[in-house]
Design a protein around this ligand. Structure first.
Ligand code: HEC
Length: 126
């Protein structure tokens, strides 16, 4: 009889449980937390599906829907578009919308928002 019955278990079992829990925590963290950088290749697919109609094939704000809009969609080739705020500002605009820019918080997840944002940044003329 021991005060620490757990010590009599096979060490492999305890290590296995600890590793599994650790991996679960790490995996769920990387998929939801703001740490992972955006992937422009994945962002391009999202852009073509959801953003291109307004922001345009070239990211210049001249999408097919643009003439019908009361406000011109942001021109991603213009440095001024990227001087409005920090990364959190742009994430917020995509999540919540701004003026006639629609909100996407319930359409794409936080990782997809970073992906599409990183793709939009590739339009900026260097
Ligand atoms: C219905 C047309 C429309 C669609 C679709 C659209 N946008 Fe926009 N977007 C706009 C307009 C208009 C603005 C300018 C808003 C403003 O004046 O602040 C804008 C601005 C932006 C800005 C710059 C921030 C700003 O306030 O100017 C970002 C970043 C952006 N959009 C990302 C996206 C992304 C990502 C998608 C697709 C997931 C998307 N937009 C889809 C119309 C659209």
């Amino acid at each position: 009889m021991s005060f620490f019955p757990i010590a009599h278990r096979k060490p492999g079992f305890i290590t296995g449980v600890a590793l599994t829990l650790g991996m679960t925590v790490i995996l769920s963290f990387t998929s939801t937390a703001s740490g992972a950088p955006g992937d422009p290749a994945r962002g391009k697919k999202i852009y073509k599906g959801l953003c291109i109609q307004c922001h345009g094939v070239k990211g210049d704000g001249n999408g097919v829907a643009a003439p019908a809009l009361m406000e011109k969609p942001a021109n991603f080739t213009d440095p001024k578009t990227w001087q409005m705020g920090d990364e959190a500002f742009y994430i917020h605009v995509i999540r919540r919308g701004r003026k006639i820019m629609p909100a996407f918080w319930d359409v794409i997840d936080p990782q997809q928002i970073r992906d599409v944002l990183s793709y939009e940044r590739t339009f900026l003329k260097k």
